[in-house]
Design a protein around this ligand. Structure first.
Ligand code: NAD
Ligand code: DAU
Length: 355
């Protein structure tokens, strides 16, 4: 029994791999292209662990996919690999189309060939779990009900449009070819190993460095936050018990305006690492030009996964954000290596020929 995980050196993928191998002995083959967002240092604890096989490669590389599937015979695939940052998608959408749309297509096609040739029992048990986002549903009015799985797909950014396209491909491969797929659409994650281009880690590392804390527009855009390890537990549960062809929304019922998130982080830092000059961190808040096409509000209705699969998050926002701030305070070296770019040398230095 083996899992093939794609994008397992990124933020959520690396948390998933670490949590999985802390719970199971079932090995993981981790296929990751190691874009700027992939950081093998996140998986340093698994360096000498034979249960983790890292392969640097692209989900769009059909020949590589065919050989990996033939060699490792996974019983499931969990697809995290994607370009994930909305701002980058606005500046340069091409990579998002290549990985999120074309890459997912190639992965589906390779999986279909592999799955069709499996013995009946293995074919029956096989799963393709596609990890997606609430952003595919578009934006919500202030008083609208949270997104259910029935909500129309109305993506507004190049990133969310590319993810919605991938979700549609996954759905179609189930309906047309019978591929045993399940899709999860999750709200905003935060926690350890979050790349400091995204709001929460950016605010923590900028505050600690005494830099401005950039808040887009009026800061009243609402996101629904989930601690990353709760997302990982939801994926494990869906893999275990999710119904084929279904979509599961994943969220923590934690809607907050961005400015409140930034002020909460500032307050925690005031408590845990007071500024040397006696000032308060929220003095660093700086309102900047808004993101073009900025979605105003996301909120996830997570009742289906709660009702059908019995999943619930373990962390509240208050406990999760405190853990997250503490993690960044305890892992200043990780932040330094991400910021100076030396994390990209980790493959050669620490994995050598196996990577
Ligand atoms: P991330 O950007 O931190 O990591 C993405 C990983 O995929 C990186 O390790 C990168 O090297 C790898 N990758 C990129 N292109 C690849 C390719 N062509 N082939 C193989 N590997 C490739 O992203 P994340 O925040 O960990 O998100 C993981 C998944 O979860 C994405 O599909 C994203 O859309 C989805 N998601 C993210 C959030 C969130 O809040 N971060 C919420 C819901 C869903
Ligand atoms: O909703 C799930 C999505 O959440 C995932 O699918 C994406 O992969 C993930 O990146 C995230 O997208 P967002 O655009 O919501 O995340 P980001 O951290 O970039 O921004 C969160 C909010 O904070 C958003 O309203 C924009 C705002 N923001 C962001 C940054 C980086 C700021 O105000 N200032 C900033 O500097």
């Amino acid at each position: 029994m083996t899992l093939l995980v794609t994008g397992g050196a990124g933020f959520i993928g690396s948390n998933f791999v670490l949590d999985w191998l802390a719970r199971h002995d079932e090995p993981i083959v981790n296929l990751d292209r190691l874009t700027y967002a992939g950081n093998l240092e996140n998986l340093a604890a698994l360096r000498d662990d034979a249960r983790h096989v890292f392969v640097q490669g692209d989900i769009g590389d059909r020949a590589l996919l065919d050989s990996l599937l033939a060699e490792h015979q996974p019983r499931a695939i969990v697809n995290f690999a994607a370009e994930s940052h909305v701002d980058r998608s606005i500046h340069g959408p091409e990579d998002f189309i290549q990985t999120n749309v074309v890459g997912t297509f190639r992965l589906l096609e390779a999986t279909r060939s592999y799955w069709a040739a499996l013995a009946p029992n293995a074919r029956e048990a096989f799963r393709f779990l596609h990890v997606s986002t609430d952003e595919v549903y578009g934006t919500l009015a202030p008083d609208a009900a949270p997104f259910t799985e029935q909500h129309a797909t109305e993506p507004n950014s190049p990133y969310s449009a590319s993810k919605a396209a991938s979700d549609h491909l996954v759905r179609a491969w189930h309906h047309t070819y019978g591929l045993p797929v399940i899709t999860t659409n999750c709200s905003n994650n935060y926690g350890p190993y979050h790349f400091p281009e995204k709001l929460i880690p950016l605010v923590i590392v900028n505050a600690l460095a005494g830099r401005a804390l950039p808040v887009y527009g009026d800061g009243m855009q609402v996101r629904d936050w989930l601690y990353v390890k709760d997302h990982c537990s939801a994926i494990r549960r869906v893999l275990e018990a999710g119904r084929l062809g279904e979509v599961y929304n994943v969220g923590g019922w934690n809607e907050k305006p961005n400015i409140e998130i930034v002020r909460t982080i500032c307050g925690l830092l005031d408590e845990l690492r007071p500024r040397a000059d006696g000032g308060r961190y929220d003095e660093l808040i700086t309102y900047v030009t808004d993101r073009p096409g900025h979605d105003r509000r996301y909120a996830i209705d997570a009742r289906k996964i709660e009702r059908d699969l019995g999943w619930r998050p373990a962390e509240s926002f208050e406990t999760g954000i405190r853990k997250t701030v503490a993690w960044y305070l305890d892992n200043a070296d990780w932040v330094t290596r991400v910021q100076d770019g030396s994390y990209r040398e980790w493959v050669g230095k620490h994995y050598g020929a196996s990577a």
